[in-house]
Design a protein around this ligand. Structure first.
Ligand code: NAD
Length: 537
């Protein structure tokens, strides 16, 4: 067993710190260039000439990259290259593969940290702290811990028994064929982890990045190549998701889908895979982590200030664009009466603007489509008889796609903002009678189709246990007296069930086990020489 890694320490970027000076220099550098992003297939950069612009969400007239999109030719070449490179990649062995991904972690913890963080701040509009915990720390942790877990189960999965004259063993083979990795915009760490987790155990990948994170994802692809990733093991293919999927699924060597994104997209992909099944060599593995409608339930006896902080941070950090963001809360009347004014006062103190201004707690949402979707929910809430917006509710897209942190109070626990994923800075609160705790747990469990994250605020053990039992299947990541965001690799492996995904727990060993297809080997030392069994005498 290898030595257990530690979680990467988070840099604070406080005024006067070395890291704050360094990131500012790097941000300035990236603001002054417009890079060309190619497809990367079999290690080669391919500039197709069919380009799209990548802009900065908080300053959307500013172009930071021109992206060369893959056509049918590049997509087919990416699938072929992934298939052809698998033999050598397997034969490199687990230690050889881990050495490359541990080198990736070392580069990201060192010289590449500022480049990757700055690209994430500009490309996905993150504050420096949100970029640091995502693009640097979480990804370093994914790479280090995944190698550690893979070594662990290579030992653990060996057969327990080899009788005299027999040597039993298990070869930890990867899936035969390539994994299609389709990645979301909101976490650079997830984007790079989806192709690289299967690669650690010997799979190769076609990586389709989100159209809203091409720059940061490309920088990470370059980092992996710098660390020695052989050509073809991961093929970076910016382009149309529908077209890439269609071509990948028409290839008999399609062996798996590693997806993170919205529930609707994943459900569509699963159906397409079902149709393609008869043409495929193997039954593909399908892993998808999808949407959430993450909750906070408070008991009347709880830490009120802690609840306020959890609601504010959990709902509005990264503009509510975390799959785990708190977006519905169930608060007893007595607690709500004592915290609602303070909550509004604190929310009004939140500064929102350019990610380059370090006094901002929030920046813009990712694109115009998202802006329209979120503001649609806000506008309908303004019209609704059962909803009242008590803070926020304004928005502006002149410079960037800015939406104010917004709290809606509703009298209807089934109103659309209580049950649908909005993926923006909007929290809806249902205020219940103090004695209705059990009933509200039932409503929380039954009202939304999602089951990703959630938290309970209560002081007494019996109330915590009551919620724990009632909400067993309501969240794959469950928090007690904390916000429902901020899962850490190797501490809270992440994923939800129901409409929130296949719950394969990124950041733990279970995810990696989905990418292996072991071979059991029996070697006989005393070869049988007589076909007759002794009972035949
Ligand atoms: P999205 O579904 O719009 O896109 C995800 C990826 O799918 C992108 O690469 C996109 O280009 C691709 N895609 C879209 N349509 C496609 C199609 N028809 N065929 C093939 N590919 C297609 O999601 P997003 O906006 O990038 O990310 C936000 C969503 O991701 C939210 O729902 C959020 O909850 C979810 N998310 C979940 C987790 C988790 O761990 N559960 C983590 C992060 C994000």
């Amino acid at each position: 067993m290898s030595r257990q890694p530690l979680n990467e320490p988070i840099l604070a970027y406080a005024p006067g710190s070395t890291e704050r000076g360094m990131i500012k220099v790097e941000l300035e550098r990236q603001m002054n260039e417009v890079i060309e992003i190619p497809c990367i297939i079999n290690g080669e950069k391919i500039f197709t000439g069919i380009t799209t612009n990548q802009v900065i969400p908080h300053n959307h007239k500013h172009i930071i990259a021109k992206v060369h999109l893959a056509t049918e030719k590049e997509i087919k070449a990416a699938c072929k290259s992934a298939v052809e490179s698998q033999k050598d990649w397997i034969e490199l062995g687990l230690e050889g593969r881990c050495a490359i991904f541990e080198k990736c972690a070392e580069l990201l913890a060192g010289d590449w940290r500022m480049k990757v963080n700055a690209a994430t701040m500009l490309n996905q509009s993150k504050t420096v702290y949100q970029a640091e915990i995502d693009a640097a720390c979480e990804l370093i942790d994914f790479w280090r811990f995944n190698c550690h877990y893979a070594r662990g189960f290579h030992d653990y999965l060996q057969p327990l028994v080899s009788p005299p004259g027999v040597v039993n063993s298990t070869e930890i083979r990867p899936l035969e064929g390539f994994v299609l990795s389709i990645t979301p915009f909101n976490f650079s760490s997830i984007a790079a982890n989806l192709p690289s987790a299967p690669a650690i155990v010997g799979c190769t990948s076609v990586w389709k990045p989100s159209r809203n994170s091409y720059l940061s994802n490309y920088v990470l692809m370059e980092l992996m190549m710098e660390a020695g990733l052989p050509p073809g093991v991961i093929n970076f293919v910016p382009g149309s998701g529908a077209e890439i999927t269609e071509i990948a699924l028409s290839n008999e060597d399609f062996a798996g889908l590693h997806f993170t994104g919205s529930t609707a997209t994943f459900q569509g992909l699963w159906q397409e895979i079902g149709h393609a099944l008869p043409k495929l060599r193997s039954y593909p593995r399908i892993v998808g982590e999808t949407g959430g409608k993450d909750f906070v339930v408070a008991h009347m006896d709880c830490d009120k200030n802690g609840l306020l902080v959890a609601l504010l941070r959990g709902s509005f950090e990264y503009q509510g664009q975390k799959c785990s963001a708190a977006s519905r809360a169930y608060i007893p009347k007595s607690v709500w009466n004592s915290i609602s004014e303070d909550l509004c006062t604190e929310i009004r103190k939140i500064k929102m603007g350019d990610a380059l201004d370090f006094s901002n707690f929030m920046t813009a949402v990712i694109d115009e489509r998202s802006f329209n979707k979120i503001t649609g929910y806000i506008d309908r809430a303004k019209e609704s008889k059962t909803c009242e917006i008590i803070v926020g509710g304004e928005y502006d897209q002149d410079v960037g796609w800015f939406v104010e942190p917004t709290v809606i109070v509703t009298t209807d626990p089934m109103s659309e903002t209580m049950v649908e994923e909005i993926f923006g800075p909007v929290l809806t609160v249902f205020v219940y009678e103090d004695e209705d705790f059990d009933n509200v747990l039932k409503i929380c469990d039954e009202s939304s189709s999602y089951a990703l994250t959630g938290s309970i605020f209560a002081n007494k053990e019996e109330d915590i246990q009551n919620a724990f039992n009632h909400l067993r299947f309501t969240a794959g990541n469950f928090y007690i007296n904390d916000k429902p965001t901020g899962a850490v690799v190797a501490q809270q492996p992440f994923g939800g069930a129901r409409a929130s995904g296949t719950n394969d727990k990124a950041g733990g060993p279970l995810n990696l086990l989905r990418w292996i297809s072991p071979r059991s080997i029996k070697r006989t030392m005393n070869i049988a020489q007589d076909w007759k069994y002794s009972f035949l005498e």
